[in-house]
Design a protein around this ligand. Structure first.
Ligand code: ACO
Length: 317
């Protein structure tokens, strides 16, 4: 049922914020500790630098505060906090509980883990809560992958960074922004990308790459079809920021010019749950989004999850 049904109310994004790890790690920094080069990393991934440091709660509090301030919503009026993260600070409780307390929220709070697709899962979740009566939802995507990265493994250390992106989503007077969505997972591919408790990210990069393009394109096409829009209608695509070659290949296969993509990974690296909201915030702050624009979010991640959603910017709020 991925097309938003007629007659239910949906959400409108009214505030946003972001946070990045405090320390910049450039490719030149990595050249000093790994058998790698700036040229290799840029050519194979598109990444020049990443920001690392801070806990998942700290980054979430920073981005959440900024989003709340921008929306003008009193923290006490938020009805639910949804935190997408694959790197919680503790096994128990959920990191969203720490964030809920620090932000002065008085509402339910829970984590969701769908790896790098998590923020899109959260967007669908938040709109579902609003359809069920919630007035205001704080949706945050945060990951601190640097804590589960083996910094002596050149196959993964060059890829990841820490960050957080937050959005306040308020009930609209009408159907809201979400036009259509698609969520997918394929647990049979679990061993291509995983991290055990206390361990580091293990990845079969080639296999992840090969599957990533296919599942992103499949998911995006489903959302586009369900929304009944054409590719020409898509003003901006906000893809998961894993690798510029994956983004380029996915745009090519979708038939979308690369100029319509929001890209921040050259300076952030892959920030998992934060990557799509960070790229969205960059596009919004850069004046790339106008009322009425159709935005396509599309991600993939461990699990192997894939997710896409189409929203129409603006809305009645
Ligand atoms: N610097 C220099 N050389 C390197 C490095 C490095 N950092 N890493 C690997 N190499 C070498 C390899 O050892 C190999 O050498 P060889 O030919 O002598 O054996 C050569 O470069 C080519 O290695 P490949 O693995 O074939 O390189 P590839 O072009 O596949 O790029 C990469 C590797 C960047 C990891 C790519 O496969 C990729 O981006 N995969 C997807 C990763 C991804 O998106 N992960 C998502 C994580 S999302 C989440 O849920 C956390």
């Amino acid at each position: 049922m991925p097309r938003t049904p007629e007659g239910i109310r949906g959400g409108v994004i009214t505030g946003w914020g972001c946070a990045l790890g405090r320390e910049t790690v450039t490719n030149a920094d990595l050249e000093r500790t790994l058998d790698t080069s700036d040229a290799w990393i840029v050519e194979r991934t598109g990444i020049s630098a990443r920001q690392v440091g801070g806990s998942t709660a700290e980054l979430s509090i920073e981005s959440g505060k900024a989003a709340l301030a921008m929306s003008g919503v009193d923290p006490a009026d938020i009805d639910a906090l949804v935190l997408s993260t694959t790197t919680p600070d503790r096994n128990v409780p959920a990191t969203s509980a720490t964030v809920q307390h620090a932000l002065g929220l008085r509402c339910g709070a829970y984590d969701i883990n769908a790896a790098c697709s998590g923020w899109v899962y959260g967007l669908v979740n938040a709109n579902g809560l609003i359809a069920m009566g919630a007035e205001r939802v704080l949706l945050i995507g945060t990951d601190t992958l640097s804590r589960i990265t083996d910094w002596s493994d050149r196959g993964t250390a060059v890829l990841f960074g820490d960050g957080s992106g937050a959005t306040v989503i308020e009930a609209g007077d009408g159907p809201g922004q979400l036009l259509a969505w698609d969520l997918d997972a394929d647990g049979s591919a679990e061993d291509y990308l995983y991290s055990d408790f206390g361990g580091y990210i293990q990845m079969n990069g080639k296999e992840v790459f090969r599957r990533a393009v296919r599942i992103m394109v499949d998911s995006a096409n489903k959302s586009i079809e369900h929304a009944g829009v054409s590719l020409d209608d898509v003003a901006l695509v906000v893809p998961h920021q894993a690798n510029s070659r994956i983004i380029t290949a996915a745009c090519e296969r979708l038939g979308l010019p690369l100029e319509r993509a929001a890209i921040v990974l050259h300076r952030t690296g892959n920030t998992s749950s934060a990557s799509i909201p960070l790229a969205l915030v960059d596009a919004l702050d850069g004046g790339r989004v106008n009322d009425g624009d159709v935005i396509l979010f599309v991600g993939f991640g461990a699990g192997m999850t894939a997710a896409s959603a189409l929203i129409r910017w603006g809305g009645s709020r």
